[in-house]
Design a binder for this molecule. Structure first.
Ligand SMILES: NC(=O)c1ccc[n+]([C@@H]2O[C@H](COP(=O)([O-])OP(=O)(O)OC[C@H]3O[C@@H](n4cnc5c(N)ncnc54)[C@H](OP(=O)(O)O)[C@@H]3O)[C@@H](O)[C@H]2O)c1
Length: 328
């Protein structure tokens, strides 16, 4: 079996270290691994794939002989270095938001729209909350048609990287908040990323634009409210979706059960529904609380939970890479 030269940009970060973990778990065929980060981490040793690797500072010439580059070092790094990596021959899968809205860059959830990749060498990984919502919405789109979607998210602090985790842990110890505008241990915060002129946050508008692009429904009516909650890992998304055609709740449950990547967790009388502890450290999207929306005809309510660092970031990217190499 062919082995690949893989680079991880942002290898010391939360998503980057999960890339390493997931690549190892999946026994990804690695020939050489290049671990790249800022100058601060250069020289640091990371042990994986049975060897010690030295972290290098990301530079323009870092991508020589690299075949697959997984990026997770923020938007400005991806903006500058992803084209450099592609030019030197790598296929780039980028976790930042830098390229997601570029019409020439496919935005991919493998279970939903892998075919969108075509022969593109730069592929964007969607936002962590968007990814998990795409699986049930794609299933519903194909069977019933989508008319309108309304998201409310419950996003863990790990979605903000190490700064978010550290702020929750220190405020749990009674220290003053240093990252979020309020002490996250005491409250939920209805702001993720900056506010835009339309009153929505950037995170909320990412969910709107990315959903339309992935589902290839450019005119779909969507709105979103994104909330940070005092939970370490996993995001929850409550979805209200108005469908083109009527449905039976039992049929929707069967539909979810059979869709790749989804685990149906919907037995309320036994307290079975998606919770963060269920999704932590695995790659499934848990779907439950499926019921008819009482406020609107042909409308459905459901709740999803997934690990934001795994299915919402690293695992989705590695799944893309696995599918690409298996198609080569
Ligand atoms: N957390 C999530 O749930 C999530 C989900 C989806 C996508 N993402 C995206 O993934 C990216 C990283 O997020 P994260 O949560 O992993 O953040 P993080 O834990 O703060 O890690 C950031 C990484 O970027 C590296 N970096 C920073 N400045 C750099 C530079 N000038 N040159 C090279 N490397 C540099 C850091 O290296 P040093 O250690 O050397 O500073 C570190 O490896 C962001 O674009 C984020 O939007 C995150």
């Amino acid at each position: 079996m062919k082995k690949y030269n893989v680079a991880i940009v942002g290898a010391t970060g939360l998503v980057g270290s999960t890339f390493i973990k997931v690549l190892q778990e999946k026994k990804f065929p690695i020939n050489n691994l290049k671990l790249l980060a800022s100058a601060n981490s250069a020289g640091k040793e990371i042990e994986c794939f049975g060897k010690k690797w030295i972290v290098e500072e990301l530079k323009e010439d870092s991508f020589k002989d690299v075949e697959i580059a997984l990026f997770s070092a923020g938007g400005s790094i991806s903006q500058k270095f992803a084209p450099i990596a592609v030019k030197s021959g790598a296929t780039v899968i980028d976790n930042s938001s830098a390229w997601r809205q570029d019409k020439d860059v496919p935005l991919v959830v493998p279970e939903v729209n892998f075919g969108a990749i075509g022969d593109s060498k730069l592929i964007a990984n969607p936002n962590c909350s968007t990814i998990q919502a795409m699986l049930p919405l794609k299933a519903l789109k194909d069977k019933y048609g989508l008319k309108k979607v309304n998201f409310s998210t419950y996003q863990s602090v790990s979605g903000s990287g190490m700064k978010g985790i550290n702020d929750l842990l220190s405020t749990r110890k009674g220290e003053k908040n240093s990252f979020y505008p309020y002490s996250i241990v005491d409250t939920c915060i209805p702001q993720i990323d900056v506010f835009l002129e339309n009153g929505y946050t950037k995170e909320e508008m990412k969910m709107v634009y990315e959903t339309r692009k992935i589902l290839e429904l450019p005119d779909l009516k969507i709105s979103a409210t994104c909330i940070r909650v005092p939970v370490l890992s996993c995001h929850g998304v409550s979805i209200q979706v108005e469908l083109e055609r009527d449905f039976k709740v039992e049929d929707v449950k069967e539909l979810m059960k059979s869709f790749p990547g989804i685990v149906l967790a919907d037995d309320p009388s036994n307290s079975i529904y998606p919770v963060s502890t269920m999704a932590t450290n695995n790659d499934s999207v848990y779907v439950g609380r499926i019921r008819r929306d009482l406020s609107t005809d042909n409308s459905l309510l459901l709740y999803t939970v997934a690990d934001n660092i795994r299915k919402g970031a690293a695992s989705n990217a590695v799944q893309i890479a696995e599918k690409i190499i298996s198609n080569n």
